[in-house]
Design a protein around this ligand. Structure first.
Ligand code: NAD
Ligand code: GLY
Length: 361
């Protein structure tokens, strides 16, 4: 097992990472100094696989654990679910010294984390991420949120976890499309901050998984430590997301998040190339790596609709679209000065309306 540390001005916490460490959770959380009453928030699919061993470990260490399940799916990442969680926390006798343990993917982590951030003005919480995306991205850094009917992650907070327990063995039960979403975020971390990670992925794919997760996490930790509340540099973690979220929205979420991020990174690279900011090897290497992981690099959709949808996203600065632009593998810049024609050119490159109109790269 490895221990990584997240050091922030107001708190420091450990990320424990290893194969099969779910059974050590009880002892690890004793070390984290949590109160004895825990609500274990999960969903039915994850509970069936992993709740029992986690509860056994927590109970053996002396914790009183109450399991609370929420429905599975992004459509349940809402204030209604959070409201239900408050009632169940009350019924379970959760007090300010108690804690919430989130066992699941990003949906469980974001929802349970937001409930923990706001219940009794905030109680401690622990992330036990079970998807690749949650392990390399959403479980670390303290962003917790639920969706609003008109925008994703609109209602949220910064609430850092007290600890993160990452057992990579649980990734074996993930469906391929969920693994792919995590791989997109790992490629993103390589592009924005780690040439070594990117090269490792090119040479060896996502193996060994423990090492890949650790290297991707190292990028996230470094960025979050510099800017915990996204006042500046943390925005680089949104590489591919301005276009990606718009692609998700215009396809009515038939394009999943990871696929949207992959397409968005390609769009951002086209913008950077058009502006003369980007080294020539970035685009072919990115296209090859995304292809290797079965991630898409274009989408059948109307580029005008994607352009309009970008303005609904919260990643704007004073009404201007904001993009993260690759300069080289491992280096990006933040820009809210990309001219409309450059954005539209990039969108033409990543969209196909039908094959006869496809724009050659
Ligand atoms: P998810 O939580 O919906 O999980 C995907 C599916 O995998 C679900 O059906 C889940 O039940 C299932 N699952 C989870 N673990 C499993 C396992 N080990 N084996 C088998 N099935 C398993 O999706 P996700 O991709 O983990 O998270 C997406 C969410 O994360 C979005 O809501 C996104 O906004 C959020 N997010 C948050 C941050 C952040 O910083 N807070 C960052 C990135 C993404
Ligand atoms: N996933 C983006 C962030 O944590 O800032």
């Amino acid at each position: 097992m490895e221990t990584l540390e997240v050091r922030l001005p107001d708190c420091t916490y450990n990320i424990w990472l290893g194969e099969g460490i779910l059974s050590l959770a009880g002892d690890l959380l004793l070390k984290a100094g949590l109160g004895r009453t825990l609500a274990l928030v999960t969903n039915p699919a994850v509970a069936a696989l992993y709740a029992a061993p986690l509860e056994a470990s927590l109970q053996a260490a002396g914790f009183a654990v109450r399991r609370v399940t929420i429905a599975d799916g992004e459509q349940y990442k809402t204030l209604a679910t959070v409201d239900d969680l408050y009632s169940r926390f009350l019924a379970a006798g959760l007090e300010r010294g108690s804690a919430v343990v989130a066992l699941g993917g990003g949906v469980v982590g974001d929802t349970a984390g937001f409930a923990a951030a706001t219940y009794m003005r905030g109680i401690p919480f622990v992330q036990v991420p079970t998807t690749l995306l949650a392990q390399v991205d959403s479980s670390v850094g303290g962003k917790v949120a639920v969706d609003h009917a008109r925008a994703k992650n609109l209602v949220g907070a910064f609430h850092q976890p007290r600890a993160v327990i990452i057992d990579t063995a649980v990734l074996r039960t993930l469906l391929p499309q969920h693994l792919r979403c995590g791989l997109a975020e790992i490629v993103k971390h390589g592009v924005l901050g780690s040439p070594a990670l990117f090269e490792h992925l090119e040479r060896h794919g996502a193996e060994p998984m423990d090492r890949v997760v650790r290297e991707a996490l190292a990028v996230k930790i470094r960025v979050v430590q510099q800017d915990p509340e996204e006042r500046g540099v943390r925005a680089i973690l949104n590489l591919g997301h301005t276009t990606g979220h718009a692609v998700e929205a215009v396809t009515s979420y038939r394009v999943p998040h990871g696929d949207g991020v992959a397409i968005g990174m390609v769009a951002a690279t086209h913008m950077a190339l058009a502006l003369g900011l980007c080294a020539p090897d970035v685009l072919p290497r990115l296209l090859a790596l995304l292809g290797r992981f079965g991630l898409p690099t274009s989408v059948e959709a109307d580029p005008n609709a994607i352009y309009e949808a970008m303005f609904a996203d919260k990643k704007k600065k004073e009404g201007r679209l904001r993009f993260i632009l690759p300069q080289a593998i491992g280096s990006v810049i933040i820009s809210d000065q990309v001219p409309e024609e450059v954005v539209r050119l990039a969108l033409a490159r990543i969209t196909t309306q039908d094959i006869s109109k496809e724009v050659p790269i």
